[in-house]
Design a protein around this ligand. Sequence first.
Ligand code: SF4
Ligand code: SF4
Ligand code: SF4
Ligand code: FES
Length: 980
Amino acid sequence: MQITVNGKRLECKSGQRIIDVLNSVDIPLSQVCYHPQLGPIQTCDTCMVEADGKLLRACATPASDGMSVMTSSPRAGAAQREAFDRILGNHLLYCTVCDNNNGNCTVHNTTALLAIEHQQIPYQPKPYAVDLSNPFYRYDPDQCILCGRCVEACQNLQVNETLSINWEDPHPRVLWDGGAKIGESSCVSCGHCVTVCPCNALMEKSMLGEAGYFTSLPKTALDGMIDVVKGIEPEIGYGAILELSEIESAMREGQVKRTKTVCTYCGVGCSYDIWTRGRHILKVEPEHGPANGVSTCIKGKFGWDYVNSADRLTKPLIREGYKFREATWDEALDLVARRFSEIKKENGPDALAFISSSKCTNEESYLMQKLARAVIGTNNMDNCSRYCQAPATTGLFRTVGFGGDSGSISDIEQADLVVIIGSNAAENHPVLATRVKRAHKLHRQKLIVSDLRKNEMAERADVFLQPRPGTDLFWLSAVTKYILDNGLAKQAFLDEWVNGVAEYRQSLAPFSLEMASERCGLPVETLIQVARTIVEAPSVSILWAMGVTQHVMGSDTSTAISNLLLVTGNYMRPGTGAYPLRGHNNVQGASDHGAMPNFFPGYQKVEDAEIRAKFEKAWNVSLPAKPGLDNHLMIDAIHDGRLKAMYVFGEEMSLVDSNANYVSAALAKLDFFVMQEIFFTETCRFADVILPASPSLEKEGTFTSTERRIQRLYQVMEPLGESRPDWEIIQHIANRLGAAWEYMHPSEIYEEIAPLTPLMAGVTYERLEGYKSLQWPVAEDGSDQPLLYSKQFQFPDGKARLFPVPWSEPSNQQDAEYDLHLNNGRLLEHFHEGNMTYRTEGIKQKTPCTFVEVSPELATERGIESGSWVQLTSAYGKVRAQAVVTERVQGKQLYMPMNSVEEPVNRVTSSYTDKVTHTPAYKETSVHLKVLGERGANPLPRTNSRFGQPTPQKGVEVERKWKRNDYTQPGNDLVQIKIG
Ligand code: SF4
Ligand code: SF4
Ligand code: SF4
Ligand code: FES
């Protein structure tokens, strides 16, 4: 298609909005409310153009072939200025003393673009106070131009549905929960609204008084300066005032550094710029992230205070008796090298074990496994994917060949049906969940959720199943059998792409709907509804997480999910596939890069002589052939006296491993234990040497997210004190043990990884520059595979395999003594045990401690109220916590978030594991509950978002603005385009 803009012909696509055509070729046009990631909102009217003689909003009008558009005709220009003048009636231009004056303020830039010299409509303050009640951001109604971007972002992108505008009020403003204080609303502090606000009405508190040269002046002085600006404006006009503020803004560039990084919390892989002034973090600014765009959650947007925490380890520590003393790096490293050598000499290399961090970089995991294998000579190497993801990987290895998500987050977004099993995605993978919520709200995506708890996604689901704990495999297999038995399978797909159909079909004999109903406690009709919904959907994506994997049947249930997808032909197309949601930011990457007992990087088997020979040649050593101990077996080996020394970095093992008392007892038995950490964690208590490491903001490298997306992070600030990046520390240890590594930068480590690892053959730092990313497998020429199985499955004949899985009973079931089921998991606000997130004061205020969720029926039966102290006892230990009575849990099921160092839920979890991978069966825990007779306040304070009352609506609802008596269309013949 072609259109003419200001007399010049331009190519465009059918349906493309005029504004997008103009922006793609940098034709300037004012556009205050438009944001490409939000779509047209139509509140500001500043984008008016003349198209084929009609006055139209360019943001809402699709281009049509042959259309003639004028962006600055007298009519269009007058309408734009009139519309912008109304905006300035809501906003005081005090740019020089505004923390938002950083070259990207839309109001400032539009004033300059439209060459506004004087305001026709005088500025009028609104009769509302500034709201500072959220710990992280403020709302200033007097600066709010009512563009509604924030509302659109909250309603339709984050889909928290907190924000609205009271368009009918004489003085409209943005409302939280229809009029609550921000700090007492349903706002989850995701920051979407703050990020998209085009001016300073919504601002991060960390920016206030910190970004500009004059913005830290006392309020009275600031007010005086603002009055001066107002006073001189009639005489000198905005042009001169803006020039002055632009000089100030340019001066800031030397002070304010913007650095791209990748989130260090969950596996979604959000990336963003971090703005810093010195070590002060001004803000997190998401925009270009391939996984997240402008989206973040509370942790990525506001959870960074830990980096500058006074608790950071800044010097090496060496144990002396029951105490630690500070040491020099040389002293600490020499001691590590000496003890490792002695223990290896006395007991052999397999007396040592190594655990890599899923929070650290790919390069660091690679070096850790190289240290274990090439320098020490052991395959005793693992990472925390053992605690969560290994069963999902096994299920995929068995059926489709690669142990990674089959597509991208965009595939999940475009699926016709999303099925979520055992995953509290809205809290654990918040930004990924927003894409499902958005598609469900706006694009008729269907949603089935299976979970023990009525979490947010369950509340939103079209079908919500609450099966008995640990029975997902049964209902999944029964639904698959029903589909096969009733001729509803995708036969053509099975014929062409799948092996083992007949054998698999036979294996399903025990899984009748009736048996499933009995085992799982689900009505037969519901199971049929699930089966029918799945087969009727043109594309299905299944998401799962630890509610599936952390069971004795974790691998088998993951396999059953993949089997169901194969039977229904839901692989090999956009919008389909299997999505085990990876928990830590780099849990995928740690395994991909060889931090496993049986695999070199890229899942190349250590037992394979040819593969081993390749690594032996590259590393110039001979390598052990026998797979090593995984981290579950390591604990047993310490108790048995076979394992004498361990080196762990970035892993709070003593709290996050199951049966924590047993794990702690093992760590206490080690002859020599090296911890590498950023804080003195609980696990550090058992160490002999503690090495101070640098968090992600202080180093470079790459992370791999849940969608197999490899992204670069850049150094934001120097390591604090004497702390060092983990890769440097590992290198120092290796070299003291006789290696001669000379890596000067993580890019050099990747130059070694790529040629040794076919899965990453084409990964280079240049190809990952800035916001560029690659989704493995990456061929040598740099081409990657966002959709994993587009041509074939990862088996020699290219076909997938149906893999029969039997049923077995969950472990550790309730009995007369331990009569309640205890479930556990994360919370939105905290990551894991909270070593990082508790160091952000605002998060601590909102969610100060762990608690135990109790159903209303159990609370009545046992006389429990929110705030009652209870003790949970299992066969393995005890924890104390306060109760929260909530309908999120049902019957005799309890839920305890894992965010506690003092009362970690893993004191009561068991040592039962998944049969195949040894992933602990964290979700199979039975406890006895004792009411302790004390009662305090609800452990969730009133300011927690869970008490809010959201106000769902379609979006900003601009039609209500247009109905106002005082609204007239700028220009007199505007053509209204209806939204949606
Ligand atoms: S949830 Fe809160 S921070 Fe997130 S967009 Fe809504 S109002 Fe803004
Ligand atoms: S607070 Fe909301 S409505 Fe007000 S200017 Fe910012 S984005 Fe627009
Ligand atoms: S924690 Fe996860 S969802 Fe939140 S910003 Fe980080 S990567 Fe994104
Ligand atoms: S950009 Fe605001 S109405 Fe078009």
